[in-house]
Design a protein. Structure first.
Ligand code: PMP
Length: 353
């Protein structure tokens, strides 16, 4: 790569550019001179959409916040490439598998997922040229299926007869069967893949530390694969050992709290299994949120704060409001808004609209 330098007299000079950052790339630099005004311009050109992953904004909640509680900061992953936090993990799992030589040009990526991970993998597969097949429960929103297909991937639907845990297990069995039958099939296995955790431990969490530049007293997150809470939790707790971390579960899938598993509306979390990559030492408390609380809070995020996010974002913020109340004024609570509202048009989040 080279830097292009404009010398102000109609000439552009190419100079070697040693920036080896693999992600965002400063690809061109120019200096414009207008009279006495000298202006240096860096062009930010991503070589492909994958380089634009991450660097999502951290936003203070204002109208929803209780003035006597801790302040709440939300990291809005709905603005991430692919519309969710799971593009980060999809990219990291595929990138590392490529690096370790576990996938080749003719590899077929097959993954069982309740949604966003499938959208992320379909996106990465599109850019990298891998055929991608996503195995998902038929109870997740129709938008998820359509988005996966729109990236050119194939969808296999497994019927959810009221036990999401059983259904996710059946999705996994289907993917593993396909891998047994075809050596070209690679199953990233987000529920046990450490590169899922590392995407958050070394990227999302460092962004949070940089963006907040202040003491963080509380963090809370729902659990799908557990990658988010484990990765972010481990890095934040290392920096702030006194902080409090809450794991958040849907009322009808509170498996960590010893509850039973049914069907619920908080898609992406509460998959009815305890994931292998979840660090069960990282959270101090489990907070249970009902479907009604999650949806009401997600709606308030839109009409009180102007933030269009999904249902599990409502779950996280409902828990963050409780954690903020417990910690009190002067403290700071961080949580994640995992995806955008626009993949929930067909769900009760948009009832009445
Ligand atoms: N919310 C949504 C909407 C998700 O898709 C996911 C991913 N399953 C999560 C939350 C939870 O993330 P994690 O898998 O890292 O626990």
């Amino acid at each position: 790569m080279e830097k292009l330098c404009y010398n102000g007299q109609g000439k552009i000079k190419a100079i070697p550019h040693k920036d080896s950052a693999a992600d965002a790339v400063l690809s061109r630099q120019a200096v414009f001179v207008r009279g006495s005004l000298k202006c240096e311009v860096f062009a930010m050109i991503y070589q492909n959409i994958l380089e634009a992953i991450g660097h999502t904004p951290m936003i203070r909640l204002n109208r929803m916040a209780d003035p006597d509680s801790a302040e709440i900061l939300v990291k809005f992953e709905g603005l991430n490439v692919g519309g969710s936090i799971k593009t980060r993990t999809a990219y990291n799992m595929i990138r590392m598998a490529e690096k370790e030589g576990r996938i080749q040009k003719d590899t077929i990526i097959v993954e069982p997922t309740s949604g966003n991970q499938g959208i992320g993998l379909a996106l990465v597969g599109a850019v990298r040229g891998y055929k991608t097949v996503i195995v998902m429960p038929d109870s997740v929103s129709e938008e998820r299926r359509k988005l996966v297909r729109h990236y050119g991937a194939e969808v296999i639907l497994i019927h959810d007869d009221g036990d999401i845990g059983k259904c996710i297990q059946e999705c996994l069995n289907t993917a593993l069967r396909m891998a047994q039958e075809d050596p070209k099939v690679f199953v990233p296995q987000q529920f046990e893949n450490e590169n899922n955790v590392y995407a958050h431990k070394y990227y999302t969490a460092l962004e949070i530390l940089e963006q907040t530049a202040c003491r963080i007293d509380g963090f809370c997150s729902g659990i799908g694969t557990g990658g988010t809470i484990t990765g972010i939790g481990e890095t934040l707790k290392k920096q702030y050992p006194e902080m409090e971390i809450w794991a958040v579960e849907p009322e009808h899938a509170a498996i960590l709290a010893g509850g039973t598993v049914g069907t619920h509306l908080q898609m992406g979390i509460g998959d009815g299994i305890i994931p292998a990559i979840l660090n069960r030492e990282i959270y101090d408390k489990i907070c249970i949120i009902t479907d009604e609380e999650a949806i009401e809070t997600a709606k308030r995020l839109a009409y009180d704060e102007g933030i269009m996010c999904g249902i599990s974002a409502g779950t996280n913020v409902a828990a963050a409001l409780k954690l903020a109340k417990k910690l009190g004024k002067g403290k700071t609570v961080v949580t994640i808004l995992p995806d955008t509202a626009e993949r929930y048009f067909s769900t009760p989040l948009f009832d009445g609209n």
